[in-house]
Ligand binder design. Structure first.
Ligand SMILES: Cc1ncc(COP(=O)(O)O)c(C=O)c1O
Length: 397
């Protein structure tokens, strides 16, 4: 029943794995929501928990703010346990855009230093890197990952391209755990180890990783790793985290001066004046969804469903799927030439698909092509992909 927690029910999806009704979320059931990867979706019980926190705040703001720091620390501990992070090494941030900016703000750069990014780097992250480089007189080096035209690269080939681009001037490498437009998994472990051996600081954009991958951040050991809870971990928006390696923790420079500067990381990053802390406080309620359904069961079910959705769409439209990583709940298919290779064209196609088919799908610009990105989350069914597949051929021809 909506609002009562998520119970798995049979039917409509692969067997022996959790399927959750769309009315356990506030999602409009008349729409096929196939773009979970962009903004996530919040289960009722998480929204209810956040609403209760907001009411509590309004009933007695003075007491709420007097106690909020301790409560944020408790919520942070729960999230740290979920991510395999040290509680002292994790801070809440609003989102990955902020997490990356804080990391870049903390690493001293000198004129002539190089920062590595790739041609898969998320747009806002690239802008942040370019801005940091410009301020320091540093240089941005964009690594082209192999398989540009067909997505046919292995994680190892991507890691080779990244690590092979390191020069004596390379100071920082910013790379995705899971890429955005192309939905590919990068070998984070190999990259972190490889960059460390070369003396390069790592900043990992893991916007899609929490909830989609099983994580052990202490073991991974990146210098900075930032992920969103509001995409795949059922957290309210905005809720993100920044994990920082021990060697960097007392050098973290928050973007906004904090009253708690003296307390240092993580408080100095989290407490930036009066703001709405309820999303962070409610984030553990999102993690409890995994307690009910099983993290692995959710991951396996979503990965299986998105692969099935990809076959359905490819079969009906003739679109060519790009290579995908079997453990991910996202995949891409290449759109015909000229359809969506720029942002305005991609947005126009996305709007047309929504208007005509009632489907929200990820339409991503990509040089020389355009990509259709599909997501699968517990509320999706095969019928959602069938609806898109049936109508899309007419739109594309
Ligand atoms: C790889 C990647 N990085 C960063 C972001 C930015 O996330 P946010 O808008 O929550 O900061 C996204 C959003 O989709 C993303 O896909």
């Amino acid at each position: 029943m909506p609002g009562e927690g998520l119970a798995s029910c049979g039917g409509g999806g692969p067997v022996n794995v959790p399927v959750v009704n769309i009315d356990d979320f506030s999602l409009d059931p008349s729409v096929a929501h196939l773009n979970h990867g962009s903004f996530g979706a919040v289960p009722h019980r998480v929204r209810v928990a956040q609403n209760e926190l907001r009411l509590e705040l309004e009933r007695n703001p003075d007491v709420f703010f007097a106690t909020v720091m301790d409560r944020v620390a408790k919520a942070r501990n729960e999230v740290a346990a979920f991510l395999g992070a040290e509680p002292d090494g994790l801070a809440f941030v609003s989102n990955v855009t902020e997490g990356v900016a804080v990391a870049l703000n903390s690493v001293p750069l000198a004129p002539g230093d190089q920062i590595l990014i790739s041609d898969h780097t998320y747009g806002a992250v690239e802008i942040a890197v370019r801005r940091a480089a410009e301020r320091a007189g540093a240089e941005v080096v964009m690594v082209t990952l192999p398989g540009q035209a067909d997505g046919e690269w292995s994680g190892d080939e991507a890691a080779d391209a990244f690590l092979g681009s390191v020069t004596p001037r390379t100071k920082v490498a910013v790379f995705d755990h899971i890429t955005s437009n192309t939905a590919r998994l990068l070998p984070a472990r190999r990259l972190v180890d490889g960059f460390r051996a070369l003396g390069v600081v790592t900043i990992v954009d893991a916007a899609h990783a929490p909830g989609m991958l099983e994580l052990d951040l202490s073991e991974l050991g990146a210098d900075f790793w930032t992920g969103n809870l509001h995409k795949w971990a059922f957290g309210p928006r905005p809720s993100g985290v920044l994990a920082v390696a021990p060697a960097w923790r007392d050098r973290v420079e928050p973007l906004i001066p904090s009253f708690y500067q003296e307390a240092g990381f993580p408080k100095s990053v989290e407490f930036q004046g009066t703001r709405d802390y309820t999303a962070w406080l409610a984030a553990p309620h999102g993690l409890r969804v995994f307690d009910d359904l099983g993290l692995h069961a959710v991951q396996a079910r979503n990965a299986e469903l998105v692969a099935r959705g990809r076959s359905i769409v490819a079969g009906a439209t003739g679109l060519r799927p790009w290579r995908s990583d079997p453990e991910l709940a996202m995949c891409v298919l290449r759109l015909p030439d000229g359809v969506a290779e720029t942002q305005p064209r991609a947005e126009a196609l996305s709007a047309e698909i929504y208007r005509k088919l009632g489907c929200r799908a990820g339409i991503k610009p990509w040089p020389g092509a355009g990509l259709l990105r599909l997501s699968a989350q517990v509320y999706n069914r095969e019928q959602d992909y069938e609806r898109l597949a049936t109508g899309l051929r007419g739109i594309l021809t």
